[in-house]
Design a protein around this ligand. Sequence first.
Ligand code: MEV
Length: 329
Amino acid sequence: MMSVTVSAPGKLFLLGEHAVVYGGQCIVTAVNARLRVTLTQHSETDQAPRLMIDAPDVDLEEWAVPLQRVVDRGGFSGPSAFIESCVSVFYRYHPFVSGLHVETNSDFGATLGLGSSSAIVAAMLYGLGELFDMQLTRDELFEMGIEAIQQVQKTGSGADLAAAVYGGTVYYANQQPRQITPLEVESLPLVAVYSGEKAGTVNYVRQVRTLHEQLPDIINPVIDTMLAVVEAGRTAVESRDWEQLGRLMNIQHGLLHALGVDTVALATLVLIARSVGAWGAKLSGAGGGDCAIVLVSDEQRAQVVEALRDMGGEVLEIEMNAPGVRIEV
Ligand code: MEV
């Protein structure tokens, strides 16, 4: 095969963000905003094989580097980091000699906090597997993806990647062995709203880790409560008990607030949504900005959306429970 186009979904955290970093568990859902990658093999006769990238979402145009330099390296930074890291991990399993052109195109930018890094990793590795005729299982893809992410950011529970690889709504336990369980639910009555502020996930993970180290006797019980909320949330999702799930989302937001990752914009959106009839609302992800999610009935949805917009929130037209990484035809 000379060329392949693959897409992977973004994600939102239903419950368990931050707690999952400490060997805990969480629930994530894939969203139907997708990131697409087209991979093309290039045979260059006049020069050594190169990795070439056109990724307008991260301001990379006609970017190129010798392939050998990528595969010899271990740490990556800058806008090409995740793509380079995937190439280097894949190369360790399957060395190849051709040049490679990578073109990306996304329904969502890196600013919304929908997990663009994990989506690019899932799409890149799946695409490379297809291009070089390796039938990678989703589990293999996931393990390679974790390696690629670790090479760039040194942290990451893998929950975002689980959503990008497997799709749907998954219960994810960050333990050895990792547990990734799809939850049986056709749809989730959620509204996603962007707070207008971009969050730096890695910084917030670091900030919470510092707090955890400074106050272990106080932060450990917060994390334990988050994990109890995830377990109850799994039952609520599986039994479609939205009132209960809403209650649990509110508790998780409160615990995230206690960890210091809430913002004025997020708190405002969450409180206004609840005050006009949502079952529950919380920030989603690392905090410090990005999105909030609101669980709301069809009957209350319009008034919740209107209230969120009145508060300056950007309501995203996205659906939850979307398919995982796949070939685009
Ligand atoms: C960020 O999207 C979610 C966190 O739990 C970090 C992680 O899971 O790696 C805060």
